[in-house]
Design a protein around this ligand. Structure first.
Ligand SMILES: [Zn+2]
Ligand SMILES: [Zn+2]
Ligand SMILES: [Zn+2]
Length: 260
């Protein structure tokens, strides 16, 4: 207790001294608890005004300065940050330039592609028109061909009917032909009979007796000419000619030349 009292007495005593900064003596002068110097109110106004236990402005400044971080470090840090930011900005600018040129290129490509697509569109439209026309023409020709096919079918039907009619006619004709063949065979057999009969009537041996040896070959040739199958119809003529031979026999020995 006694030491405290002496301390407060000491403070009271020192407070009556003039200010260490401005040499002002006042009842309001205080004792700085930091630097242990007497200080006036105006040189200790920044902290706890009116409080008897306080520190001078200088000590307060020192205290505040000690509380603040190192300025140079902060400056360096900020400088580094600025440098970093500048580098980043530069890189970003480069990237931006790159991207910008890419965008420009892409835009150009897009433009040219768009132009190409537009041209292709035009070509496709033209092709479409052409194909439509072709389809139309083809449809028309198909319709025409269908009509032609219908016509041909009708003609085929007509010809089928005609053919069936002709078939019937052919059948009829073939029957008639058979009948005619039968008749022909009959006539031929009759003709053969007749030929045999004629041969019996005018045999070659008989002719030899009534012509001379000079005329006999000629008469023989004539005889064979006349009695060949194709000349069979001339049989009656032969008979008549042979009859004439017989009648002329009385005039000479040869009935052909009248010489002998
Ligand atoms: Zn002080
Ligand atoms: Zn002062
Ligand atoms: Zn004769």
């Amino acid at each position: 207790m006694s030491s405290r009292r002496s301390e407060s007495e000491d403070i009271q005593l020192k407070s009556k001294l003039p200010c260490i900064r401005c040499n002002k003596s006042a009842k309001t002068n205080v004792y700085c608890t930091q630097c242990h110097m007497t200080i006036c109110i105006s040189h200790s106004s920044q902290m706890s005004p009116g409080n008897q236990e306080r520190i001078c402005d200088e000590c307060l400044e020192d205290f505040l300065s000690s509380q603040l971080p190192d300025t140079q470090t902060i400056i360096n840090k900020i400088h580094n940050e600025i440098q970093e930011a500048a580098t980043t900005r530069e890189n970003n600018t480069k990237d931006l330039c790159k991207i910008s040129s890419q965008v420009l290129n892409t835009r150009d490509q897009c433009m040219s592609k768009q132009e190409l697509l537009h041209n292709e569109d035009i070509l496709l439209e033209e092709n479409l028109k052409r194909n439509k026309n072709i389809i139309k023409t083809t449809e028309e020709s198909i319709e025409k061909k269908g009509k032609e096919v219908e016509k041909i079918r009708e003609e085929i039907e007509f010809f089928k009917e005609k053919i069936s009619g002709l078939d019937q006619e052919i059948e009829k004709s073939s029957k008639e032909m058979k009948e005619l063949m039968h008749e022909r065979n009959n006539v031929l057999s009759e003709l053969n009979e007749l030929r045999e009969f004629v041969k019996m009537q005018v045999p070659v041996r008989l002719v030899k007796r009534i012509v001379c040896s000079m005329c006999y070959p000629k008469v023989l040739v004539e005889y064979h000419k006349i009695f060949k199958p194709e000349n069979a119809t001339n049989g009656t003529e032969i008979r008549s000619s042979s009859l004439s031979h017989e009648t002329s026999k009385t005039k000479g020995a040869c009935s052909s030349c009248q010489v002998f």
